[in-house]
Design a protein around this ligand. Structure first.
Ligand code: ZN
Length: 265
């Protein structure tokens, strides 16, 4: 065998190895791309709710083409101000939201109670939940035996997306103090917190985690509504922990200091 032939025969397998390595690499990259594409498609089509899908697509489009609006501004533009530097809408600094909350609810008679309930929702969201709960539709419903209930993503919004419902029972308005009514609102807000950031019990069961979240905001879970009741169950009430976070935050709000809402049954 000549030197040249040896070199040739020595080179060929190396070239082949490099070539097959490149083919393998290209194949792997192709497979990764395919898996990523399939994962994206699964992510997009996973949710069978087309309103939610439309909202996601709108979100991606807005992010890509620079017209992005924070969700808070899309839901309630009054929470937002124009950034002087970029001209885009941004969420108002907390101080401004505080100013807005302390103003009296004025406007059409029929809307005053709802305005007050939303004012309280915003107040508790800011003071007890670090403002991380999304807006909810607060309705008044007479569900037997319940002071209120929470329904995750119950309503469909005309402009796309969904919104949760917090229902309060107006039959309880006559016999309870305004502070206790506010505590029912916060009880339902804890269900909301658990729906977004925890693991709610099946079939409306008030589980241990919910109980811990209640205690964190200064409401003690109780099946009887008094001390000594069971702390988990399907039908649950609570009592206000004196001097606890809820007690302090509720008493500091002008609406609850006056101890009156616009309407009572
Ligand atoms: Zn409950």
């Amino acid at each position: 065998m000549s030197v040249q032939t040896l070199q040739q025969s020595g080179l060929r397998p190396g070239v082949l190895r490099r070539a097959s390595h490149r083919t393998l690499q290209a194949g792997m990259q192709g497979a990764v791309r395919t898996i990523a594409a399939v994962a994206c498609l699964v992510f997009v089509f996973w949710d069978a709710d087309w309103w939610v899908l439309r909202d996601k697509v709108e979100h991606i489009r807005a992010a890509l083409f620079g017209a992005y609006l924070p969700p808070e501004c899309r839901e309630d533009p009054t929470q937002c101000v124009q950034d002087p530097k970029t001209g885009r809408l941004i969420v108002q600094p907390p101080a401004k939201i505080g100013e807005r909350l302390s103003t009296e609810c004025k406007g059409p008679e029929g809307l005053k109670l709802h305005c007050q309930l939303h004012t309280l929702f915003d107040h508790f969201n800011k003071e007890l939940f670090e403002g991380r709960l999304p807006k909810a539709l607060i309705t008044l419903q007479r569900k037997d035996g319940a002071g209120g209930f929470y329904a995750h993503q119950r309503f469909r919004k005309a402009e796309g997306g969904r919104i949760d419902e917090i229902a309060l029972n107006p039959s309880h308005f006559a016999g309870s103090s305004t502070i206790f009514l506010a505590s029912i609102l916060v009880h339902e807000m804890v269900h909301m917190e658990q729906a977004y950031f925890g693991k709610p019990g099946k079939g409306g069961f008030h589980n241990d985690e919910w109980g811990q979240m209640m205690k964190r905001v200064g409401l003690h879970p109780s099946s009887t509504g008094n001390s000594g009741g069971k702390e988990t169950g399907t039908r649950m009430s609570h009592y206000i922990v004196p001097g606890g976070p809820f007690d302090n935050v509720a008493r500091s709000h002008p609406l609850l200091q006056k101890d009156r809402l616009a309407f009572y049954e």
